[in-house]
Design a protein around this ligand. Structure first.
Ligand SMILES: C/C(=C\COP(=O)(O)O)CCC[C@H](C)CCC[C@H](C)CCCC(C)C
Ligand SMILES: Nc1ccn([C@@H]2O[C@H](COP(=O)(O)OP(=O)(O)O)[C@@H](O)[C@H]2O)c(=O)n1
Length: 296
């Protein structure tokens, strides 16, 4: 399919009127870089980044700072709510952890839409998972004690549990916000599979997964089927969300087929008996990133 390329040989992922600098997908390097005419023709003697930085309107900085404060407060409140629900015995610890796993990442991804169109907006957004990364390190290494946080995010109530799944999870959130952001299907599908797919696999597999996989007695067919179905559906929903906002331009028939193949790949990876070697919160998003790069 003939795809629009600029004279620099880069693939335009979205067409005017862009709400923010177009994103270049450079086939040779497969790195997403911000494309804005002014940044490719910097003011004499100043590099593109300096040019881009100097062109941020104060209103964008103010908007991004406000969005950062709002999302940061939302993150703290969201986890605190589950802490209280768990503390009062209204939901179990395992379910609490999984609901936080499913919805905090998806809500974080949806929050990308309230940040400005400046290139720096992604840094403001990524600062929220960065803060949570610091928080997990402090309490996971027991430099301080927060029984509520440990209760809502661990399986067995041990602080060191925060240093595996939860920590990898927030690192992936930060990476996707910084590198892929809201113009690229790579980050959107990766987080959808990690949050929506892996999360529901656990919830459904733990409760209804009596028939185990032949090659992994810790995982079940029900869990894997729901990993695929929920991962696919959440990915399509989130792609549609960012498409509606004008950040992506996608042909839905080929997109659905590609997402199905990506979801299948992530499901197979998640089903493998390798959780002791590499956490699902790394293997699932990394597999999804690779497949999305290859297919989109
Ligand atoms: C418990 C979590 C992962 C463990 O996964 P698994 O090992 O069971 O597979 C999720 C940890 C969530 C983290 C502490 C909080 C992340 C908040 C996020 C950066 C921002 C959310 C903002 C939104 C508005 C709620
Ligand atoms: N494909 C899957 C995934 C999880 N599960 C169930 O969910 C539990 C936790 O799954 P997991 O080890 O992937 O947990 P996390 O690493 O996602 O926290 C497993 O012990 C299974 O009971 C499943 O049955 N089938």
């Amino acid at each position: 399919m003939a795809k629009p390329f600029t004279s620099q040989g880069a693939l335009l992922l979205s067409r005017p009127p862009p709400r923010e600098p177009l994103l270049l997908f450079r086939p040779s390097t497969r790195i997403f870089v911000p494309y804005a005419p002014s940044s490719l023709h910097p003011v004499r003697g100043r590099g593109p980044l300096l040019r881009a930085r100097s062109s941020i309107p104060p209103s964008a900085l103010l908007r991004d700072a406000a969005a950062l404060a709002l999302v940061g407060a939302g993150a703290y409140s969201f986890v605190r709510c589950f802490d209280i629900l768990t503390e009062r015995g209204l939901i179990g610890q395992k379910l609490s952890r999984k609901l936080v796993h499913v919805f905090s990442g998806l809500l974080f991804m949806a929050s990308w839409s309230i940040f400005s169109e400046s290139f720096e907006a992604r840094f403001f957004a990524a600062f929220v998972p960065f803060l949570n990364c610091v928080r997990l390190l402090i309490y996971g290494l027991s430099f301080a004690n927060d029984e509520g946080l440990v209760r809502s995010l661990s399986r067995e109530g041990k602080p060191e549990e925060l240093l595996r799944g939860p920590l990898y999870y927030v690192l992936v959130l930060m990476f996707c916000a910084l590198v892929f952001w809201r113009n690229s299907p790579v980050g959107v599908i990766s987080l959808s599979m990690m949050c929506g797919g892996d999360g529901f696999a656990d919830i459904m597999g733990r409760n209804f997964g009596s028939v185990k996989l032949p090659y992994n007695k810790h995982k079940s067919w029900v869990g894997s089927v729901f990993m695929f179905l929920s991962g696919f559906c959440v990915s399509m929903l989130m792609l549609h969300f960012f498409w509606m906002l004008g950040y992506m331009e996608l042909a839905w028939d080929p997109t659905a087929k590609k997402v199905a193949l990506i979801a299948l790949s992530a499901t197979v990876m998640e089903s493998l008996p390798i959780s002791e070697v590499v956490d699902d919160n790394l293997s699932v998003p990394l597999t999804t990133m690779l497949m999305t790069f290859l297919l989109f």
